[in-house]
Every structure is written in C-alpha cells, then in structure tokens.
Design a protein around this ligand. Structure first.
Ligand code: IPM
Ligand code: MN
Length: 365
C-alpha cells in the first residue's frame, strides 16, 4: 500500500526535526510493508522568501493531493514586521481553514522519566493523561467583522451549531475509548457565544449517555490544569481557549518539545508539533525531535490506521528517555545530552528492538 505525504518543513527548527522524523517514518512504515510517497513544499517564512507569499497555490494543491500533511513549524523574528496576511502564521491559519481541519487534538501526557523536568511538583502531575480537542477553523480566529484602524481594533467570536456539534462529537467519541469524561471549557458567565456553545455541547452529550460531561469556565480551567491535571480526560473547547489551555498543558510534560498534534477534518489531516520554530536554536542540531516523531505516530494512527506502528513508536521514544537521553530543552541534571539527529537514531534503534520483541511475543501492546 502507498500513501502520499506532503512535507512542509517551514522555518527555524522545522526542517531539522522534520528531516530526522521523516527518515524514521520511512523506516517504520517499511516494517509494516507500507510505502510512503513524500514531496516537500515551502511554507511560512521560507515560502515568503522564495515567492513573497507564505502559502502558495502550489503548496496548497500538494496538500489537497495528499493523504496526510506533515508540518514542521512556521515563523521567526525575520518575518515579524510583515503585514498581517504575509506573516508565516497567516499561512498556517489559511492552511487549516482551506483543508477544513476543524478538530485539533493535543495530548498532554506525562512520561515518568520527565517528572522532575516539569515546573510542577511530581505528586501533582504524576499519571496525568488527557487530551485537548480544540476547535480550529472558527471562533475569534476567523470571525467577521474584524479589523484595525487608528482608533480601535476589533474581532468577532462566533460559532454556529454545526461547528460546535462536530468538534463535540469528536471529543465524545474519543472519550468513549478513554476515561469516558469530557470537560467543556467556555466563558458562559460572560459571553453569549459561550452560552450557545454550552447549549450545543449539552445537547450532543445526550447521544453519549456513558460519558460524563462537566463544564468549566476558562479562567478556572487554566487554574485547574496546574492545580490538579489528573482530573481531566478529554477537554473540548473553542479555538482561542484551546490555544491557551494547550500551552499550559504543555508545561506539565516538562517541555513543549514533547507535544505532538493532529488536525483533522472530513477529508484532510495535518500533523505538527505544538512547539514553534525556536529561531534561537535553529540550525544547530539541538532541537528536541520528540514532538515531531510523535506527530508521525499520530499520523500512523489517525490517517493510516497503523495503530501498532503508532504504539511501538511511542514505546521506542519512552525507552530512549528511560535510558537517560535528553535534548537541551529538557531540564535534567543527570541526563545524557544528545543532538537532534542522535536522539532520532536512538529512537530508530529502540524501535527495532521493540518491534522484534513484539514479533517474538516478549513485548505486548
Ligand atoms: C498554535 C499556534 C498558532 C495558533 C499560531 C502560530 C497561529 O500558537 O498552533 O497553537 O494560535 O493557533
Ligand atoms: Mn498556540
């Protein structure tokens, strides 16, 4: 079987984490007799430098022609003062909207090896395992009217029934396979759009009687994530609130460099690390490739239904960490510091080990 994957390395550390993850991706797919046909396309600042446009029609078409899109990161100081629509970030937003990627899935899971790297206490974060379902193509990011003049700036937070229903269903379906608990995060005490969100979530929840639903105001949710993160299983929320909550959730795991994400729509899927382009360490082979590698694992799971490949990849990453290897972003006193490419090599090696173990029945998923 062959799948087409469009690679958009982007800016900063994007290309270097992409390179090592793609090498690993081909290796793993090969083990399962799956061929991946890849093509590479510029996006963000890299595309602006070449074409004066952060997202060209060619790049967009390549995404439409793909079975999955893998993205590195976009942005950097160099492009910060460009007009709004020429900024690297605008490319990402346009891509999400054009591909209809309304469901952004961001897992927040603590690796036991990382308990000491988080800024939070061990006993608070130990065993944390939740996932944020962030609405990605609506809300205040895209609402009209929007604008800026010399007197004021304005944006509109708006949600339709359909927009809330579809992300809510995704969240509840995920919860059915997890802890059967959904927390919907809103600001219904102040915003009508949130009251509406809450009504729709309530209605959809009736289709899933086994799943327990609770509602939380976003300010309280931000506090609860750091106070007692284990209380969460699936969090469903709007575009802006999800942006904020998922960064907070990221810190629980010790480093944003660990967190993968999937953005899914009806037809297309995009996988990208939650972290940014980290221009300060770009080009130095220092960046943490875990988020990118785990994004590939999510691609195996969600786009290609290769669940075993996904779980073995996660296990391999866990074993490399257990063996004490770390990239520079992870605060650790006794870790063995390695480069981006060495870390990925170690994951590849551990993948082969765990693959063989499961073939022999020594390791079971
Ligand atoms: C994210 C990022 C983006 C967002 C930016 C870069 C547009 O922060 O993916 O979380 O706000 O969605
Ligand atoms: Mn963000």
């Amino acid at each position: 079987m062959t799948h087409k994957v469009a690679l958009l390395p982007g800016d900063g550390i994007g290309p270097e984490v992409m390179n090592v993850a793609v090498k690993l991706m081909h290796h793993i797919a090969g083990k399962f007799d799956v061929a991946l046909e890849t093509s590479e396309h510029p996006i963000g600042g890299a595309s602006y430098d070449l074409h004066n446009n952060p997202l060209t029609d060619e790049t967009l078409q390549a995404c439409y022609d793909s079975d999955a899109v893998l993205l590195g990161a976009v942005g950097g100081y160099k492009w910060e003062n460009l007009e709004h629509h020429l900024k690297p970030e605008a490319a990402l937003l346009k891509l999400r909207k054009s591909l209809g990627l309304y469901a952004n899935i961001r897992p927040a899971k603590v690796y036991p090896e990382f308990l000491d790297s988080s800024s939070l206490k061990n006993e608070i974060i130990e065993g944390t395992d939740f996932v944020v379902f962030r609405e990605l193509t609506g809300g205040i990011y895209f609402g009209e009217p929007r604008g800026i003049d010399s007197e004021k700036g304005w944006n509109t937070m708006v949600y339709s029934t359909e927009e809330v229903e579809r992300i809510t269903r995704k969240a509840f379906e995920a919860a059915m396979h997890r802890g059967k608990k959904v927390t919907s995060v809103d600001k219904a005490n102040v915003l009508e759009v949130s009251q509406f969100w809450r009504n729709v979530v309530e209605r959809v929840s009736k289709e899933y009687p086994e799943v327990k639903l609770n509602h939380m105001y976003v300010d309280n949710a931000a506090m609860q994530v750091v106070r007692d993160p284990r209380q969460f299983d699936v969090v469903v929320t709007s575009n802006l609130f999800g942006d904020i909550i998922s960064d907070i959730a990221g810190m629980i795991t010790g480093s944003l460099g660990m967190l993968p994400s999937a953005s899914l729509g009806e037809k297309y899927a995009l996988y990208e690390p939650v972290h940014g382009s980290a221009p300060d360490i770009a080009g130095q082979n220092k960046a943490n490739p875990i988020a990118m590698i785990l994004s590939v694992a999510m691609m195996f799971e969600y786009s290609f239904k290769m669940n075993k490949a996904a779980s073995l990849t996660e296990e391999a990453v866990g074993r490399v960490l257990k063996n004490g290897y770390r990239t520079i972003d992870i605060n650790s006193v006794d870790g063995k510091l390695v480069s981006t490419s060495d870390f990925a090599e170690l994951v590849l090696h551990q993948f082969d080990e765990v693959y063989n173990e499961q073939a022999l029945g020594v390791f079971t998923l």
